[in-house]
Design a protein around this ligand. Sequence first.
Ligand SMILES: NC(=O)C1=CN([C@@H]2O[C@H](COP(=O)(O)OP(=O)(O)OC[C@H]3O[C@@H](n4cnc5c(N)ncnc54)[C@H](OP(=O)(O)O)[C@@H]3O)[C@@H](O)[C@H]2O)[C@@H](O)CC1
Ligand SMILES: Nc1ncnc2c1ncn2[C@@H]1O[C@H](COP(=O)(O)OP(=O)(O)O)[C@@H](O)[C@H]1O
Ligand SMILES: [Mg+2]
Length: 274
Amino acid sequence: MKQLDETILTNVIKRRPEDSFKGNFGKVVLIGGNANFGGAIIMAATATVYAGAGLVTTATDTANSTSLHAQLPETMFVNYYDKVQLSHLVSEATVVVVGPGLGDDFHSQEVLAKVFANTNSDQTVVIDGSAITMMAHNKIEQPAGNIIFTPHQMEWQRLSGIAIAEQSPAANQKVQQQLGATVVLKKHHTEIYTGSDTYQLTIGTPAQATGGMGDTLAGIIGGFTAQFADPTQATLAAVYAHSAIAEQLAQTQYVVLPHQISRALPIFMKKYEN
Ligand SMILES: NC(=O)C1=CN([C@@H]2O[C@H](COP(=O)(O)OP(=O)(O)OC[C@H]3O[C@@H](n4cnc5c(N)ncnc54)[C@H](OP(=O)(O)O)[C@@H]3O)[C@@H](O)[C@H]2O)[C@@H](O)CC1
Ligand SMILES: Nc1ncnc2c1ncn2[C@@H]1O[C@H](COP(=O)(O)OP(=O)(O)O)[C@@H](O)[C@H]1O
Ligand SMILES: [Mg+2]
């Protein structure tokens, strides 16, 4: 297993061309946040905006629209029950992030089905949280696109059928190959299965063990894959940046809040641009 190090950041994070505009840095659509889990999609969208995506739209329950804009005026809002708008939005996106706080009831399943019906092979599709759980429980096929799954260990157990205690690199890799998708298996020392290689994160801290930390990672992956050329390298850089920022904050903090990682991204990324 290859160990991820700081060089992934300088390899991936590019200085912006002078002659550029928001359209050069990707359109990201994030779908999630039911009436109970609005915070999850707000945290994910915050991470995507602060990671530098050019245009960010959040498709969520209408109950979340005011709090979303109070936290993050940079994002646009769409009611995820508006099937026409949702279909159009997803099909026009550079990157789709689906699942943070989506829930798994009948309405969540309908939203997921509409999203999956409208992705295409040119897009990166980050599948997180409730979307992974629904795919596993309801045997839903993978959508079109370059797929990146971001499960925690229980979500990976649900999707792969491998019990947490049995999640060895060999067993995980076998299922990754069947899926044909990148798998970011989140835990202390997260493992990333890309198909051609397996990587391990050797940084990260228990100060990250708090709700919303994975939602934030999904958003950073969305922001990085929207802007930077190679989706696999961009994913590796996002995973590294998320924990590197957390480690820095944890030097003086007992717990690191997810939104603090997002807020730190622009200054952190500036140090590595080249
Ligand atoms: N503010 C918000 O709106 C927030 C909304 N959120 C959204 O909620 C949705 C559900 O996501 P979820 O992760 O909370 O629940 P689920 O998928 O049922 O997994 C939990 C079960 O798995 C078990 N478990 C075992 N190992 C584990 C591991 N390594 N990591 C984690 N769990 C592990 C665990 O064991 P236990 O803790 O009971 O011992 C428990 O039985 C999802 O859409 C997410 O985005 C959250 O992000 C929080 C903030
Ligand atoms: N002890 C730990 N050490 C390092 N990273 C951790 C630790 N605990 C949690 N994390 C990180 O926090 C995130 C948790 O993801 P997840 O469970 O999906 O959170 P949520 O769904 O609440 O946003 C992952 O990126 C994981 O690697
Ligand atoms: Mg999660």
